[in-house]
Design a protein around this ligand. Structure first.
Ligand SMILES: [Ca+2]
Ligand SMILES: [Ca+2]
Ligand SMILES: [Ca+2]
Ligand SMILES: [Ca+2]
Length: 423
């Protein structure tokens, strides 16, 4: 029958699995509102607002796509200028991931006279330019690895490429202020101040810091807020005194958020951790234009989808198949639902508040009562009502995205990973 209670990460602190409606309390009374803010696996997404906390998306139908006119992309990098207006364009099935000729898919190009500058460009070092249009100039850039960086039940490392000359010159004398938040409590980030550098990698100028004091089996976002050095002559803003060393600020440009997870020790925890770390490293590839829209591996081809094919369930399956039995090749969304039903591990969406990292979430994002999108559960966020679901999604606007969605009628169920599925 159902997964043993001791295997449920959520049940370790919140009671047995499956939970009853009574134990869910007010979660069960969440109003199921119309999903006007949601979009489909292959339809328009919210590239304009980064990887999380996005505002409402536009509703699209199967036969139109929100695109920008190519005349709003003067430098031809595939991203329209920042203030360009979207146009609903009729599209064929094979065009719906990328917009037809004469149009471009994404916007927010902060310099439409330079094709090397756009939202998914790589931040270049010490050129005094915001190459990736994230509002920070020469900021440190988080690096992903498919196995994370020394993730433990209470800590993980964050590795950043240094893009500021003073920070690079500081090398092993660096310290960082690091902001960290559990996704389940994302409105309450805290800062770990003056974290000493763990390792400096001269080749490529990477710095590694360790974030500590965390909770097991939990998904986090973290970013470098500020870098300091004890080394003389590294410039910067001048400073405060600590332990008799002079700590100088050498860079105050924020990095983008880095997503990762702490590990666990029981049941399916190792599998859940491995799947998430692989998925987050694909997020890093997507954010730097290696996969998806205009990627070197375009659309979902990396995940075994055809060109032009929606690739949300392919992404879930690809990031699962190393660890889960018989899931390879399962497509589309309904078949993934069948997969979980076959293990007696499929539940109504009212159970989502007690889901665990890595579980499967089918969605109906265009309000036609059919499941058209697949997402991976990361966390249930109660930092503001009525409750949000953090997800990792393939083919969100033809990219990999971390999203924070209102827990509403778009969610159609919950596929729960069980011990019986694990290879
Ligand atoms: Ca452009
Ligand atoms: Ca540009
Ligand atoms: Ca930047
Ligand atoms: Ca730069």
């Amino acid at each position: 029958m159902n997964e043993p209670m001791q295997d449920s990460e959520a049940s370790a602190t919140q009671g047995g699995w499956p939970p009853s409606c009574a134990t869910l309390g007010f979660f069960c009374s969440i109003a199921l509102v119309a999903s006007a803010g949601m979009v489909g696996c292959g339809s328009n997404a919210d590239e304009s607002l980064g990887t999380s906390n996005e505002a409402l998306d536009l509703v699209v139908t199967h036969d139109t796509q929100d695109c920008y006119s190519a005349s709003d992309d003067k430098d031809g990098d595939g991203y329209a200028r920042k203030d360009a207006t979207k146009i609903a364009v009729p599209v064929s099935k094979s065009q719906e991931l990328s917009c037809p000729p004469g149009y471009v898919r994404l916007g927010n190009d902060c310099n439409d006279a330079n094709a090397l500058i756009h939202p998914r460009a790589t931040e270049q070092t010490s050129n005094a330019l915001d190459d990736n249009c994230n509002g920070s100039t020469d900021e440190p850039a988080p690096l992903y690895d498919s196995q994370g960086w020394a993730n433990t039940p209470s800590s993980f490392d964050i590795v950043v490429r240094l893009n500021n000359a003073a920070a690079i010159n500081a090398q092993g004398s660096l310290y960082a202020d690091i902001e960290v938040a559990a996704l389940k409590d994302s409105n309450y980030p805290h800062t770990q101040t003056l974290v000493p550098i763990t390792t400096y990698y001269p080749t490529g100028s990477y710095a590694r810091f360790t974030v500590t004091g965390l909770e097991a089996n939990t998904v986090y976002q973290a970013r470098v807020l500020k870098l300091y050095s004890t080394k003389a002559g590294t410039g910067g803003l001048g400073g405060l005194i600590q332990n008799f060393a002079i700590i100088r600020s050498v860079s105050d440009q924020k990095s983008d958020w880095y997503y990762t997870t702490t590990t666990g020790t029981v049941g399916t925890s190792a599998t859940r951790t491995a799947m998430l770390l692989l998925g987050f490293s694909e997020l890093g590839r997507s954010d730097t234009q290696l996969v998806g829209y205009r990627g070197y591996q375009p659309d979902g081809t990396r995940y075994a989808a055809d060109l032009g094919e929606n690739w949300c369930s392919e992404f879930y399956v690809w990031t699962s198949q190393t660890w889960l039995k018989d899931i390879a090749g399962v497509d589309p969304v309904d078949k993934v639902v069948d997969y979980f039903e076959g293990y007696d591990a499929y539940y109504p969406s009212s159970e989502i508040p007690l889901a665990s990292r890595g579980d499967f979430l089918p969605l109906d994002t265009n309000d036609d009562d059919k499941k058209n999108h697949s997402a991976r559960f990361l966390a249930y966020d109660l930092s503001e009502g009525p409750g949000y679901v953090w997800t990792l999604e393939g083919n969100s606007g033809n990219q990999v995205k971390v999203k924070r969605r209102a827990h509403d009628a778009a969610f159609k169920g919950l596929g729960r990973i069980t011990v019986a599925m694990i290879k």
